[in-house]
Write a protein that binds this ligand. Structure first.
Ligand SMILES: [Fe+2]
Ligand SMILES: [Fe+2]
Length: 204
């Protein structure tokens, strides 16, 4: 047992008191999926489950309130985040989890913090939680089955390339503005995998 295993039960109680039933169910599915991916990719399973369980802790808080909370706490909010304040649920989720569930490890808090747009660099745990959020069993979008198969077969870097590329493509196809960090994360993925972000899957 590490500390994350001990925190799963209090984490469950916490999200049950803070999130609506739909978000709780999504969080539980992400926890299970993250645990499975963690086993596959040699990441600490309890850390992945806990991060999956808590990743959307601030998801039901409005963007406006999240900006207010960040401003009050002196946490810098970029112009892009002010305009797309729902994205702050990841960064503020990590802040709130740190406050409300003492003892959660830094690696788990990081996975919560970067689960929307990624970061530079990203740990294997960060990537596992990012992918679990994308492929949990209730997710239904074009390409999700391909990504699920890749996550059962491919190396983590390739799975993350597919998943992140899919997220970027989704934003671009809708004519939405891309988060400033996404270009840099995409470039890092291309360097690591030696493949273009939007290349078809090398596996699955
Ligand atoms: Fe989220
Ligand atoms: Fe989520």
């Amino acid at each position: 047992m590490n500390r994350s295993s001990d925190l799963l039960a209090p984490g469950r109680a916490l999200i049950a008191s803070y999130l609506d039933a739909g978000s709780v169910a999504h969080s539980e599915r992400v926890a299970v999926t993250a645990g499975r991916l963690a086993r596959r990719f040699g990441v600490n399973e309890a850390d992945a489950e806990l991060a999956g369980l808590l990743h959307d802790y601030a998801r039901d808080t409005s963007g406006e309130v999240l900006v207010e909370m960040a401003d009050e706490a002196g946490i810098p909010v970029s112009p892009f985040e002010r305009e797309h304040s729902h994205l702050l649920h990841a960064r503020m989720g990590a802040v709130l989890v740190r406050r409300d569930l003492p003892g959660v490890g830094e690696s788990v808090l990081s996975a919560i913090e970067v689960h929307t747009v990624g970061a530079l660099p990203m740990s294997d745990l960060d990537r596992v939680v990012y992918l679990a959020d994308m492929i949990e069993p209730a997710r239904d979008y074009p390409g999700v089955e391909q990504l699920r198969r890749a996550c059962e077969a491919g190396p983590l870097a390739e799975c993350f390339r597919l998943g992140y590329g899919r997220s970027v493509r989704y934003v671009l196809d809708r004519g939405l503005p891309l988060h400033p960090i996404s270009t840099a994360v995409g470039a890092a993925i291309e360097r690591e995998t030696g493949r273009a972000l939007f290349d078809p899957a090398a596996v699955a």
